[in-house]
Design a protein around this ligand. Sequence first.
Ligand code: SF4
Length: 351
Amino acid sequence: MSKEIELPLQFAPTLVAWQRRFGRHSLPWQNTRDPYRVWLSEIMLQQTQVTTVLGYYQRFLERFPTVSDLGAATLDEVLAMWAGLGYYSRARNLHACAQAVREQHGGEFPRTAAALQELPGIGRSTAAAIAAFCFAERVAILDGNVKRVLTRLLAFDGDMASSAQEKKLWALATELLPPEQDMVAYTQGVMDLGSGVCTPRSPQCLLCPVSELCRGREQGEPTKFPVKTKKLKRSQRENWWLWLEHEGQVLLQQRPAKGVWAGLWSLPLFDDEAALQAAAQGLDLGQGPGQGLETMPRIQHALTHFDWTLHTQRAELQRRPADAQFHGKWVARERLADYALPAPLKKMIQA
Ligand code: SF4
């Protein structure tokens, strides 16, 4: 993409006026200049729908009213509160960031996008959102929704898989910014436009406040933007869970600190059925009808990069195995809610 792009100078004032009249104003993280609340909502809203986030957001604030409270909690407590929201690296970063704010910044978030970006888990766009909403700094956000809006508005056909093109779009986004006093409405406006009007597959151009300025619409095919060549390749994965119970207690093992479900509590997980059978050798499974290993309904679980088939074998043990055979924690069924469990496991146990 080599041609010069002429900027529609009316974009910011039009969007600001529209946001003030028609945009969203009643979400619980709006109408606040508290960086803790804005940051928490920004992290939760990454890859998660507003309707899902609402309940989690309220519970988090009740349990951890300030960033220092969150920083003082244990990682396990935070993961347990996060369980079900997915993308758990966000929860680990959330905790690390709260600790950094508490210990290195006296419990106050820094007031510029540049300083905010130094904190764990805060990327350039999130830092910009906090700085724009809380401190009216003139910095541009550029998350997935905003990329879509701006590439369509400008008919920007640079490949978003290229970091040079992304940098170029970021520079254009910065040039489009309004003066400081309009930064809150503008930043919220571009978010509202991306989530409610300029949607991925069926943009509502007829209702769009900036349709007169939009080059993608003018060219007749706005959905061809943003251009991105690299496609995510999904793979398949299959694993086996062993669900052991003894006198109302379930055996949980903590997942390693890196990888899928890092740090969460899970049933012992095996690569194949043979490995599970080998591990189950020597367990006191009892004999007779209703005893031994029972096959539970298969679970299909979709993660970003792969589709996961999870098989489960369950057994009620007569006797607990030695710790050397099965490390982990035996947890009473009624206490399982205190542990951060992966969403499909939680659902299966509740069922
Ligand atoms: Fe998106 Fe259509 Fe509005 Fe352009 S006119 S910004 S394509 S909704």
